[in-house]
Design a protein around this ligand. Structure first.
Ligand SMILES: NC(=O)c1ccc[n+]([C@@H]2O[C@H](COP(=O)([O-])OP(=O)(O)OC[C@H]3O[C@@H](n4cnc5c(N)ncnc54)[C@H](O)[C@@H]3O)[C@@H](O)[C@H]2O)c1
Length: 267
């Protein structure tokens, strides 16, 4: 018996990376999954792979920043799958830049895809979950939402907003049995991160930053998402779950003291 047996779930940004791994894992745990992504071909690919391995999935092209799209995503799910129990608002985007470098359009795009999406997801998912007597909303934040690292100021601001929006939503809907939590991943080996790691020194710096001395895998975030989606986390709401391979556990001084990646250190 899977952890999500008889549950109906939407995963956004499910065409790639963390969302893709989560859609697969949700289906393995018994959920019927709506695989939502801006890139329809990617969503179809993931939904077909789930169906081929015996799961139940449906692809949808959705722009999570667009209110009509998100409303349709939820109403189509209810109409075709029979309801909604779990929403994993995971789609996100990043535009690098300091205040001077970042364009106003880039600021608006990042805030819309990363933050407005969480508001819209809750806005339309809550009535559907209420009709089922409760539910679980999970939002992908980031460790970038917990620090003031420069160079991607809008991303950092957007993910901090996701963490506090999660808390605020959780208090509004806790009385109705709708839990709302966030996940803060460290550096996870997804397609955009793999491209980023090609930059000189980036991989070494990231290996050193994580106490476990490696990058995370999308499946390791999917495992956290399944837990938050399931009844196993029934007393958890308003929380941001940090899944970062010990990144926050180390001080910058500790990282500098031994420049080798953690997995190569002797005791
Ligand atoms: N990979 C990491 O190290 C890391 C760390 C912390 C947080 N995150 C967050 O995890 C989430 C997933 O990132 P990932 O690394 O798996 O990236 P990814 O690029 O592999 O997957 C993101 C998916 O979201 C989709 N998407 C983008 N904009 C969209 C929109 N407007 N509407 C619908 N879908 C859209 C993309 O098409 C893509 O398929 C993001 O919110 C990201 O900010 C990632």
């Amino acid at each position: 018996m899977g952890l999500l047996e008889n549950k109906i779930a939407i995963v956004t940004g499910a065409g790639s990376g963390i969302g893709r791994a989560s859609a697969h894992r949700f289906a393995t745990e018994g959920a019927a999954v709506v695989v939502a992504d801006l890139r329809e071909a990617k969503a179809i690919e993931v939904a077909e792979a789930i169906t081929e391995s015996g799961g139940h999935a449906r692809a949808m092209r959705v722009n999570v920043a667009d209110a009509d799209d998100v409303e349709r995503m939820v109403s189509d799910t209810v109409d075709t799958m029979g309801g909604l129990d779990v929403l994993f608002s995971n789609a996100g985007t990043l535009r690098p830049g300091t205040a001077e470098e970042l364009t106003v359009d880039d600021w608006d795009l990042v805030m819309a895809v990363n933050v407005r999406s969480v508001f819209l997801g809750a806005k339309f998912a809550v009535p559907a979950m209420r009709a089922r007597g409760g539910g679980s909303i999970i939002n992908t934040a980031s460790i970038s939402g917990l620090h003031g690292d420069g160079g991607a100021i809008c991303y950092a601001a957007s993910k901090a907003a996701v963490i506090n929006l999660t808390r605020a939503l959780s208090t509004d809907y806790a009385p109705e049995g709708i839990r709302v939590n966030a996940i803060c991943p460290g550096t996870i080996e997804t397609p955009p991160i793999k491209r980023m790691m090609d930059m000189p020194g980036a991989l070494e710096t990231n290996l050193r930053a994580h106490a476990l001395g490696r990058l995370g895998q999308p499946e390791e975030i999917a495992a956290a998402a399944v837990w938050l989606a399931s009844e196993e986390s029934s007393f958890v709401t308003g929380e941001h779950l940090v899944v970062d391979g010990g990144l926050r556990a180390q001080s910058p001084l500790g990282r500098l003291a031994d420049p080798r990646p953690a997995h190569k250190r002797t005791v």
